[in-house]
Design a protein around this ligand. Structure first.
Ligand SMILES: Nc1nc2c([nH]c(=O)n2[C@@H]2O[C@H](COP(=O)(O)OP(=O)(O)OP(=O)(O)O)[C@@H](O)[C@H]2O)c(=O)[nH]1
Length: 133
């Protein structure tokens, strides 16, 4: 039986309908790949609380819970765990996202998401984002 790891992620959408991708830094697993901001849900935390904490830590922005809307989810078997990742969409936040924990950030036209190498779990998300954002 594989271990399920619960991670929440968010698609931040700007007024030009671009989406924020963040590049995983050197030294981490899947370094160099582009992901959606977020992280592992810790014990006692709601998925929304995880996102609000991660967005503060990773990007230095403040998001209010009502601004997080469910979009879709990813379910992917990695070699050592099974990732279950609820994905939210957010169009409103305070502050300007900064790469506080990532190598780089990119605001990407949603039709160009396929140009950015992503973790395998994220690939099925691309068409959902293109259709629904
Ligand atoms: N935040 C985020 N994590 C993702 C995405 N896609 C994906 O497979 N993941 C995986 O979900 C986990 C998120 O963990 P994390 O952000 O809290 O911590 P981390 O990168 O240091 O994890 P790790 O180094 O243990 O792999 C990682 O294993 C990461 O590879 C994504 O789009 N966003």
């Amino acid at each position: 039986m594989t271990r399920i790891v619960l991670v929440t992620a968010v698609v931040l959408v700007d007024p030009d309908r671009r989406v924020l991708l963040a590049q995983r830094p050197k030294g981490k697993s899947m370094a160099g790949l582009w992901e959606f901001p977020g992280g592992k849900v810790e014990a006692g935390e709601s998925p929304e609380a995880t996102l609000m904490r991660e967005l503060d830590e990773e990007l230095g922005i403040v998001v209010r819970e009502p601004c997080l809307a469910p979009l879709t989810f990813a379910s992917h078997a990695y070699e050592t765990f099974h990732l279950l990742m609820p994905v939210y969409v957010c169009r409103k936040w305070e502050g300007v996202p900064q790469p506080l924990e990532h190598a780089e950030l990119a605001w990407v036209n949603r039709m160009k998401l396929g140009d950015y190498p992503m973790p395998p779990a994220d690939l099925p998300l691309i068409s959902v984002i293109q259709d629904r954002i």
